[in-house]
Design a protein around this ligand. Sequence first.
Ligand code: BGC
Length: 779
Amino acid sequence: MTTAVDTGTWTVTEEGWDPLRANYFETVFTVGNGRLGTRGSLEERHTGALPGTFLAGVYDAYDSPVIDLVNAPDWLTTEVYVDGLLLDPLAATVASHRRSLDLRTGVLSRDTVFMVANDARVRIRTERFASMANRDLTALRLEVTPLDRPADITVRTGIDGDRKNLERLPAYPDGTTFPHDLKWDKWARSTHFHCEETGFVGETGHLVCRTIDSDIQIAYVCDVGVDTTPARRRQVRRHDYVGVEVDFDVDAGVSVTLDKLVGIATSRDPGESGAPLSRASNTLLRTADFETAQASSSAAWAQLWADSDCEIVGDERAALALRFGIYHLLIAANPDDPTVNIGAKSLSGEGYRGHVFWDTEIMMLPFYMFTQPKTARALLGYRHHTLPGARKVSSDNETRGARYPWESADTGLEECPLFTPDGLNRFYTRDEELHVTADVAYAIVRYADITGDVDYLYGEGAEILFETARYWVDRCESDDDALALRTVMGPDEFHSHVDDNAFTNRMVQWHLERAVAVHSAMTAERPRALADLEQRIGVTADDAAAWADSARRIVAPTDPDCGVIEQFDGYFDRAVVPVTEWDANDMPRYPKGYNHFNCEDTSLLKQPDVVMLMFLLPDDYSLATRRANYEFYEPRTLHKSSLSPSIHAIVGLQVGDASKAERYFARSAFVDLDDNQGNTEEGMHIASAGGTWQVATHGFGGFLASSDGLHFSPSLPQSWQRLRFSVHWRGRKIRADLGHDDASFELIGAGPAETITVWDRSVSLSPGRLQTVGKTERT
Ligand code: BGC
């Protein structure tokens, strides 16, 4: 089986052509820049291919029951013909095939040798990237070499506007199976855009299309340069395709090279005016050539890695997996667009239709807050941008204020489907996973704390905190003096319609308490900003009093003597069904007779719930309570969400149970590289990449940013020699180099010394000076 092989800690490589693994590599080899992502399909595609380019924020609901992140025009599409024969894995024999993704520069390189008639070999090499320096630019270089004899080569390359989204697999009789290469052909598809115009200005081709429901105009402009005078060059134009066809007579051993540069713009790009077509054309006018574009993109990547790298020394596979996740996090988000967010499969596939969940705030945001604060700010900007939608979700449910949807797309309205595609099972997540609103509040407060960005907190942040706090006041039900939250679902999606879910109640209480604190801080420190908010959203001191009252009365888990917090009212009465089998990836199997939809009556968990609460609010619970809850809930958890293993690794380490941490880390880190959930072909498990970074830094690195500052208490796996990463903290950066027995730190950025805590001892860091601490030394 072809799989991603190890080639050091910066490169993911595919060796050999295996059609069964091709969809997996399409996801793994996604290139992107946060504004767009393009799956790693072969340029010529293959039978069974699942190509896709996704533009952040470009959604459309036409022709599909649920809104989709649009599978946009394909800028890669390229076919090479040798003496009339199309070089693709079906028509020609693949003699060798190797692709590698350079995580450091975001360039995907390919080297394929095809065997054509009469045993003559032809080599194709390509390089592609989405520019990190100019997010409106993508580039492809193609080199063709007939290795054994002269050949007539024709290359056709352009922009393909004939794209549709996968909709659903129609119902076939039970037991029907399809050959792998026909699998996707059996799916119904949805059309989301129409092409409006194709054409050329000189040698430059363009394709303009428009999404049908959301009315977004998208323009692609494409230049193709060749290094050899072709025998013939033609422009090709159909209503949904624009490109060129170039013929060459090439001698054996001689290469011809084509450079394709593509500018992309849409009418939804924030802060931009002017027609997308002219903006996309300008992008190309400003781009000298492939080399220059690649050099500036690589320079931008170098800057990103300088802030975001997390290096494991001593375990190359783990190091590669961690960097692979960071690479995908870096191509998933755009610091310059505060109107978009990261879907559960990032921009790497159609899974979850590009919808945004709590995954961003809880699993991914820590990575951005500590390494790319501007990107974190942009991601939070999306929640402000979609606040009008959240207000509508609340008013539709006859409550005031704002409630974030469980699945969000472009407007902040609820986009979670009502039923599974077969119509057999209802999704209650949309009605009941209310906690997402408190999770957004949690992220806002954490962001402000970590970055020190009080302007944000007292501006957009406060508006969200206050509007959402109002929602909770109305949503809570009075039970004498106590307030209850009934008919909810916590993070554990095996249990719906439950009352007083501990996670939800405590997070809501925390949210209300913070809203009160921010209101009172603004009263004292920012009266004008508060007056402005009062005017805009009508918030008053009475509101703040109501939040405080609800926070006091809400039923919330305390620190009980028995230690274990009941996940929800009645959880302890649910049947105990032991987990007895694990799969090859060491993941628990469903006990016999159980599946996703029938665990309600059992105490089995899909993913952490009480343990998640302890992960988010560790200071609220004593070590003994956290340990007791981890020990109680961990064996009941099936990890049927990729968000689960990383949280168990961290909490396990925090409570002193390191026995499973490495296994949980591996499950999280390799979820896509090893395809350990079996569905990487649908897109990356991007939340897991965020969780993996957190296990490395917060788990093994023992890093914690709490109200009294930064703590490091490394406890590395035996095979790791060092763990190195940087964190941004209130405008400055701290570089950490952690070992088993010593740790070094460097404070970067002007200002006073900073005191941190290392292995429970205070250490003062002066800017620019390396400070080394021994684990056992006394200070
Ligand atoms: C998990 C959710 C998660 C969603 C998207 C579900 O399977 O249970 O917690 O938000 O996937 O990743």
